[in-house]
Design a protein around this ligand. Structure first.
Ligand code: PHB
Length: 392
């Protein structure tokens, strides 16, 4: 081989290794969520949470640049969820997946993780069984059981004797109904009716009439946060259920902060149980709000999805750190599945048994502070695990 050929070959090899080192140094994180359509606010909240975390902690972990790759999944569409996740793994070569607003989408992504060799941080989907589908799943959001057991306890403490439930007829709705029923009946209450409505329901006036006639003193309701929750709340108010003596108790999904102005003063005092309120009074939440503002987020539109993404990014950064940027998903998950930290929502820890977040659940009521509607926290149910998987 001539000297010139040797030199050209050596240069080419150096260039190739330079390119692959540069590529290896960018760790991609695929984030799937609703960025368009009726739930787009929640996908935007995923983005805000991730961006705020990167703003505070830097865009790299050690020498590894972190790049978030967003994909739009507007509604419940498990086939599309699977296709997007597959494309992110195979074509974009992401090392981590995150997101999933809806349960059916999370379930269909779960089946790809082992083969794809990627951990998946669930940022919203709240059916308990999701984490059981793969040892590579972690969840930083909430479960319906986690937020519903305190809701049923509050109803009983309020003196409720007869209740009914109205839920969306899919995974989280069924979990919410079961969690409410078990807790309420165990405490001596009588559940007089359970209604499951199709996810596509947009007219809630007929069900509001049924609630009025049920003889229940309390209704527990769950729908996925977005158009259905606003629709139900308007029907609850418009049909005069509170005046007719039927109290509402729900998880915070029905009363996310961006919807409160549309409900107005008549919603003042409405109570719910949830793991995050944008007005949570702590230094960590104040810093979170400032970080959100610094990346251009609208502070009046911050929801549970932003805090789940912020904490989800924390787990991903730590997984990149412990694996030194290598694709070693089981080592990565094992390293973070017992983590504890101070979240903007309060003290949290990962439960190594379920890989789901343990957190305070707060009883809140809609209030007005400085002209803004807020979910004012009244009391904390501390360190709630996912009661759907870990029984009391
Ligand atoms: C879900 O599909 O798991 C889900 C969606 C929206 C919510 C809660 C749960 O507000």
């Amino acid at each position: 081989m001539s000297n010139l050929k040797c030199l050209v070959g050596a240069l080419a090899a150096t260039f190739a290794s330079f390119v692959s080192a540069a590529q290896a140094d960018t760790i991609k994180v695929g984030v799937i969520g609703p960025l368009s359509g009726p739930y787009s606010l929640y996908g935007q909240n995923f983005q805000w949470g991730m961006q705020a975390y990167a703003k505070v902690n830097g865009a790299s972990v050690g020498e590894h640049q972190v790049e978030f790759v967003y994909r739009d999944l507007p509604g419940v569409d498990p086939a599309k969820a699977r296709a997007l996740a597959q494309e992110l793994i195979v074509k974009d070569k992401v090392q981590y997946l995150a997101g999933a607003y809806f349960t059916p989408n999370a379930l269909s992504i779960a089946s790809l993780l082992k083969q794809g060799n990627v951990p998946f941080v669930v940022l919203n989907a709240a059916t308990s069984s999701i984490v059981e589908q793969s040892p590579l799943i972690l969840r930083t959001s909430f479960t319906m059981w986690q937020n519903t057991v305190p809701a049923a306890t509050v109803a009983i403490e309020d003196g409720s004797k007869k209740a009914m439930t109205v839920v969306s007829d899919y995974g989280p709705g069924v979990d919410a109904e079961t969690g409410f029923k078990e807790t309420y009946e165990k405490a001596g209450g009588e559940l007089v009716e359970t209604i499951r409505l199709p996810l596509t329901t947009s007219d809630f006036n007929p069900v509001a009439q049924r609630i009025k006639q049920s003889g229940a003193d309390t209704v527990f309701a769950f729908f996925p946060a977005g158009a259905p929750t606003l629709g139900f709340m308007k029907s609850y108010i418009g049909n005069g259920l509170a005046e007719a003596g039927v109290k509402l108790i729900s998880t915070g999904d029905l009363l996310t902060e961006p919807d409160l102005p549309a409900l107005g003063d008549v919603a003042l005092g409405t109570r719910s149980t949830y793991h995050y309120s944008a007005s949570h009074d702590s230094p960590a939440n104040k810093a979170f709000m400032e970080a959100l503002e610094s990346i251009g987020a609208d502070k009046t539109k911050v929801t549970m999805a932003a805090v789940a993404a912020y904490d989800g990014a924390k787990l991903i950064y730590e997984m990149i750190n412990v694996t030194g940027g290598k694709q070693d998903p089981q080592t990565a998950v094992d390293a973070v599945k017992s983590m504890q930290w101070e979240s903007p929502r309060g003290p949290v820890s990962m439960d190594p048994e379920t890989r789901h977040i343990t957190q305070n659940v707060y009883l809140r009521e809609v209030a007005k502070e400085d002209g803004q509607y807020v979910n004012k926290e009244l009391k904390a149910f501390e360190a709630q695990r996912d009661w759907g998987l870990v029984k009391n």
